[in-house]
Structures are given as structure tokens and as C-alpha cells.
Design a protein around this ligand. Sequence first.
Ligand code: ATP
Ligand code: MG
Length: 476
Amino acid sequence: MLTGLKSLVRKATSIFASPKAQTYPIIIPRSDHSLSRQQLSPNAVKVLYRLNKAGFDAYLVGGCIRDHLIGVNAKDFDVVTNATPEEIHDLFSNSRLIGRRFRLVHVTFGREIIEVSTFRANSAKDDSASKPQESLKGKDSARSAHGIMLRDNVYGSIEEDAERRDFTFNALYYNVQDFSIHDYCGGLEDIENKKIRIIGDPRERYQEDPVRMLRAIRFAGKLGFDIEEETAAPIKEMAHLLDHIPPARLFEEVLKLLGSGNGIKTFHLLRQYGLFKYLFPDTEALLVSGWKRDDINPEAFILQGLENTDKRLQAGKTTAPYFLYAVMLWPSVVLRHEEFQAQGMPITPALHQAASMVLDNQVASTAIPRRFSTPMREIWDMQFRLPKRYGKRAFVLLEHPRFRAAFDFLLIRELSGTEMGGLGAWWEAFQFASEHEQRELIKSIDARSNDKEGPKKRRPRRRRKSNAPQRETPEK
Ligand code: ATP
Ligand code: MG
């Protein structure tokens, strides 16, 4: 994985071994690192050149440099500069000013967005120590009662910008003028040692922004690096600070944590560090309680769902975020469903009630936009419809926009040990069969003597016509 880093590592290792090791920045010239301009987004390079040409300093920073050095393809390119957001905006007609917490500029090239921000200082620090450049006098920072940073728009120098970043490997800057990499906090050595190390005092940094704890776990899951001891130490004890983070921000983080192809590993790490319960409190409580039923083992089911997502992503396929959320909350839905039925509620209203209750509880932790919660409900609902295939029902279900997701969900249930009488295989065959074969498949269910949905059971439908109460058949 680290092959792209060889020459750089050799150089960095010798630098760190030297007595001058503490002198930052360490500047690695082009000849000593493996990051080539060809690996970078041509649009990001264009932005750097335009800023330089206008007399500003400009660097690529963060994930894109880190990932390329490790040998992972970067997904987005962030530029940082000493130009103010307004100056950046004036330079690019294809740009717009965005953000409140962090004011920055998006420069758009078709579907690609290059994020350009101004060097910022850590607003927690004593201002007298920082000497913002003349042109960057903007002062705008605010904190909540819990010490959490609400806004952070204090501009600063590149050194200050490096210091306010989260982890050492995220404070590497690429200078397109001479193709060198500038390392301000020892990130190269930490990449070499596969360490995730927070910059500065871990407690202070988590207090300022508790999401950094989630980011540490995310990088551990994604890169397979270890969280350095002091960086890891306060996490369990400070995890509760996540309660003060807006649910919408946590929602975004969860998608990145569990939906980036390393879901299983990340799920275990989140639980190990006591963070999971602040993201999915009901699910955590249920897992801790050890609740199980013959037809559901919550932990096995969740792990199966994550494995499915990981495999799809690793194979370059897409996954729907609502699917992952439907997986994470399904055990709680099943439990609540059982409780509502025990109170005498019929199966379908009990399911809808259970889904509403679980979603209502969840949005207090991680907001779920309606465009996600609606398909989640549909997937859950269809788990009770997929067993009912007789007559025209199978054809109708096949046309449902959520069929594919509901079918995949059903397979995960089966794979995690839920006995469904070959339902997944039946649907697999049905989807790809000719119309004639499909009719045969439907007949094959009707012929099964133990199928409560078979033709003999059609009789009560006549009674329904005479307004008798509708009966639902529980899932086997
Ligand atoms: P990826 O994009 O692969 O998820 P990334 O490190 O690029 O990882 P971004 O969220 O794109 O993550 O952030 C870009 C950079 O901004 C980071 O590399 C880091 O330097 C800085 N950063 C992001 N979030 C924080 C934070 N909460 N605290 C301090 N610095 C941060
Ligand atoms: Mg990024």
C-alpha cells in the first residue's frame, strides 16, 4: 500500500533521524517524493496556478496529499491560500462563497468542485501569539457553552493553518510552484509509522470539535493505521461531547464512517471507543442487552449488512445511504414491532408505529432527511410483503421502485441466519425468469401444503368483500 511513498519515506526517515528533526516545516523536494502532478486533479492544479499568478500563495492540502502518499486515490482536492474568500471569489467566475462555520469558496468545473479556503489560525489560541497577515485581518470565531467551536474564521499564516488541522498527516501541503511537499507537524513520519496523531493537546482539540474523535476512528478504519496512544486515550471519556454536535453533521459523518468501504472495522472501532452509542443509541442499547429472537440476531444482521456494503464498494458498485441506515435500525424496528403487537396492535399498523418510533428516536442523534427515511420505511415494509407472492402480488412487488433494495435486505437477513424457507432464492429466480417460468414459480408456492398463503386460504377474501376485518398473515 505504501509503495508510492518509498523515496519520500527514505528521505523523511533520514530527516527525522537527524538532529534537526524538530525544525518545521520539513520541505521535501520533488526529487525526493513520489507524488506526481499527473495524480492530481488538473482542475485543482489550474486553481493553484491562477492563485499563484495573481500573487497569492496556494497549496493543496489535507486528504488528497495524505491519500496519494499512502497509495489511495484521493476523492477530493482542497486548496488553501493566503487570499481571502472575497479575493478568491473575484479571481474565479466559476466560484461561489459558502459556509458559515468555515467560510470558503467552491470553484466548480463541471461536476468537480475544488474547495478553496483561506489560511486560518486556531481561534482557541491567544491572539497576541498570532500575527495574522495585514490582508487577513478577519476575526470571527465563536464557541458554545461546552467549549465547542461554532465558527472559525480567524485568518492566519500557513504555520497557524497547519496547527489548527486535526491530524499530523492532514497538515501536509503541496506547492505546485516547485512541486515540493511541506510538512509542518511530522505527518510524514506518522504516515511512515502508520500512526494517527492529533495535532496539539488531544483533550483541547476534542473539546473544540468532538467530531475529531469520529474522524480518528474513520481514518483508522479507512487506512488501517493505529491511533497513537495519547490521541486515543481521552476518547472514551470525552465521547459524550458528541451529544452537543448538530444531528445533521453527525448524519454526514455516519455516512462517511460506515459507507466508505470499511464499515465492519469502523463499526467495531466505534463501539470499542464508546462512540457508537452517541450515533445509534437504540441500536447500541439493544446490542448490549443481548436481545435476540429465533429469526433475528441483531449483531450478526448488522455485520452482514456492513459486509454487503463493504463488498459492493470494494467492487466499485454504489450503495444507497438509506440502505445502510435501514440495516442499522432494523433490529430496533423488529423489537418495537414485537412490543406493539404484544399490546394487541395488528401486524401492519404495529410495523408502521415501530418504524416511526425508531426513526423519531434516531433523529435526535443523527438527523435523517425524509428522502432517506421514506425508502427506509419502504424497505422495512416490504420485508412483510415479500413472502406474499401468490396471484398477481409477485408481479406488483417486482415493479416496486424499492424492490431491489428490499430484496438485497432480505438476502442479508437470510445470510445472517434468519430462516425464510428459501424466499431469497425464490425471488432471485423470479426476477430473471420468463413470464411462463414466473407463473410456474408462483404455482410452486401455491402447491406447497404448508404455505398459508396458498389457494385454500383465498376463501376469507370473499368475507372481506362483505366488509369483514382484513387479516394479515404474519411473516414466518
Ligand atoms: P476525506 O476527504 O478523505 O474524508 P479529509 O482529511 O480530506 O478526508 P475533509 O473533511 O475533506 O477530510 O477535510 C479536509 C481537511 O480539513 C483535512 O485533511 C484536515 O486538514 C482539515 N479538517 C477537516 N475536518 C477538520 C476538523 N474537524 N478539525 C480540524 N481540521 C479538520
Ligand atoms: Mg477531503
